[in-house]
Ligand binder design. Structure first.
Ligand SMILES: Cc1cc2nc3c(=O)[nH]c(=O)nc-3n(C[C@H](O)[C@H](O)[C@H](O)COP(=O)(O)OP(=O)(O)OC[C@H]3O[C@@H](n4cnc5c(N)ncnc54)[C@H](O)[C@@H]3O)c2cc1C
Length: 495
């Protein structure tokens, strides 16, 4: 034990300077959210002694705040998929996730995730997480009933639909309202607490790692009640400390474009300390510029009939894709404005989650174009072309599905969806440590760092870009790869 010294997550303590170990365990886990809980349960069930260190006074992190939809499927289908008549082939799910990850998708992780997905379903339900054998058909951001399956991504939208047979893979826990996160974390916490081999320390901040001259990790330094203690991890340390959305300095450095969005989605612990600790012992941090940014313009699903235009009065996306993909492409637009245009019938109301102001109205498109101060003729041309094709159930430019195609008719209304002008743009980060599917943390040369593992938003996992994000990928990734890290570290010889 020592008086508080100035510790920095990127400056590991040197093993040779450690004169005493205050705690010893096989596996030391940083963070008690979804990834940390699952890592701890697997490591303990494989016979290891585990300590979890959590800076907050309770478990949960962002996992507890979330809807806890989990993206699962493949292997012919999970029981809720099969019961709802969906036969989900693994190759379709792999293809979808590879497209969703974009050029930086990690194929090894994607394949491991899909191959293990049905087993993950059974593991989670085996812990007591309930799912109803039902399908929520409506296009929604989240499911507020206790139904299970829903489409939570762009599976039915172009271009994904052309390459992978669509299937709903978002699994919503059987609970009314947006209460999946508290229920999932409650169950995981009970499972942790009933295992004698797991010891949890709340209100304990992990300040840095302890490493030798080769950067092999041997333990970590914690701060409790203003005092620092050294913890020896005989088999390894698992970093499960969430992402960095709450750290403006890191955002400015790595993902400044995210700062144009308006609402941080995360918990106060999302300060990037897990990522920094990894970097301090030579780990590669990758994908750090990527994030999820959403424009939640539905429900109701009918808003999908509207069109989005930029400051050149031009469309840029098929509006039937997932709200995060819309958010991603909206952020890439040149010019300073984005509008969503609707037919404003008497009973029309702006979508409730969007908080966007009405920027203009018009009995004709020319009138609306003038009111929005768009270059003359641009919106008129866009609308004429869109309406002509929509009447035939076609969208030659962006391939919006016929289900949401109908000519827009007067009177018209435009909502201001420009970032920074009132509309709601929630966001979080998707960059982190480079890891193997086993959770081993890698150097920039792709070499595993001995004694160091990571999972969840501290890593770059399955979700790699907002352009392909689908709800359920994050809690799915955190719980699945948290488990793999727990299994892997438990196999190591104690040092
Ligand atoms: C409102 C909301 C809704 C969401 N909905 C969904 C959804 O339905 N489906 C989905 O897939 N994703 C969703 N997400 C995203 C998802 O919840 C997270 O990406 C995921 O849960 C992260 O899990 P994790 O285990 O990596 O981190 P967390 O669950 O955040 O756990 C990290 C823990 O580490 C602790 N910690 C951090 N630093 C330290 C330190 N130095 N020392 C000790 N402890 C530390 C934190 O306090 C925290 O408890 C949502 C997020 C939010 C906030």
């Amino acid at each position: 034990m020592s008086e508080v010294a100035k510790a920095s997550p990127t400056a590991p303590r040197k093993l040779k300077d450690i004169t005493q170990w205050d705690f010893e365990t096989d596996v030391a886990i940083v963070g008690f959210g979804g990834a940390g809980a699952c890592a701890a349960i697997e490591a303990a069930d494989a016979g290891s002694d585990v300590m979890i260190f959590e800076v907050a006074s309770e478990s949960g992190g962002s996992t507890k705040l979330s809807s806890a939809e989990i993206y699962m499927g493949g292997n012919g289908g999970t029981p809720p998929q099969q019961a709802s008549g969906f036969n989900d082939e693994s190759e379709d799910m792999i293809q979808y996730l590879l497209m969703a990850g974009g050029p930086q998708a990690d194929e090894k992780k994607v394949r491991a995730y899909v191959e293990g997905s049905l087993d993950h379903y059974h593991w989670i339900t085996g812990l007591g997480v309930p799912y109803k054998m039902s399908f929520h058909e409506k296009r929604d951001v989240m499911c507020l009933t206790d139904d299970c399956l829903l489409y939570t991504g762009s599976e039915k939208a172009w271009p994904f639909v052309e390459k992978a047979k669509p299937c709903p893979r978002g699994h919503n826990i059987e609970v009314e309202g947006d209460n999946g996160g508290p229920l999932l974390v409650g169950i995981l916490t009970d499972q942790v607490e009933k295992r004698d081999k797991i010891d949890v320390h709340y209100e304990t901040r992990v300040v840095t790692l302890i490493a030798d001259e080769n950067n092999d990790v041997h333990g970590l330094v914690i701060r409790q009640n203003m005092k620092e203690y050294n913890v020896k991890a005989r088999k390894g340390v698992i970093l499960c400390a969430g992402g960095f959305v709450m750290n403006d300095e890191m955002l400015q450095k790595y993902a400044p474009q995210l700062l144009r969005a308006t609402y941080k989605v995360g918990n106060p612990g999302d300060m990037g300390t897990g990522i920094m600790m990894g970097m301090g012992v030579g780990a590669a941090a990758i994908n750090m510029n990527e994030g999820f940014v959403s424009l939640p313009f539905y429900p109701p699903a009918e808003t999908t009939y509207g069109i989005l235009v930029n400051s050149a009065g031009q469309r840029f996306i098929n509006e039937d894709c997932y709200h995060g993909r819309v958010g991603f492409h909206l952020m890439q637009q040149l010019g300073d404005r984005v509008y969503m245009i609707f037919t404003a019938t008497d009973d029309w109301k702006p979508p409730s989650f969007l908080f966007a102001d009405i920027a203009g109205t018009g009995e004709t498109i020319k009138e609306l174009e003038e009111e929005l101060n768009l270059p003359e003729g641009t919106l008129q041309h866009t609308m004429a072309y869109y309406n002509k094709n929509a009447a035939d159930g076609k969208d030659p430019q962006f391939h919006k599905s016929a289900e949401y195609l109908a000519p827009l008719e007067p009177p018209y209304a435009a909502l201001d969806c420009t970032p920074g002008r009132g509309a709601f743009f929630p966001y979080f980060t998707l960059g982190g440590l480079d890891t193997l599917p086993s959770g081993e943390v890698l150097t920039p040369e792709g070499k595993p760092i001995k004694g160091l593992y990571a999972a969840g938003r501290t890593t770059a996992g399955i979700p790699r870009t907002g352009a392909g994000y689908s709800s359920g990928m994050s809690v799915g990734d955190a719980t699945f790869f948290g488990r793999q890290a727990g299994i892997q570290v438990a196999k190591q010889n104690a040092r």
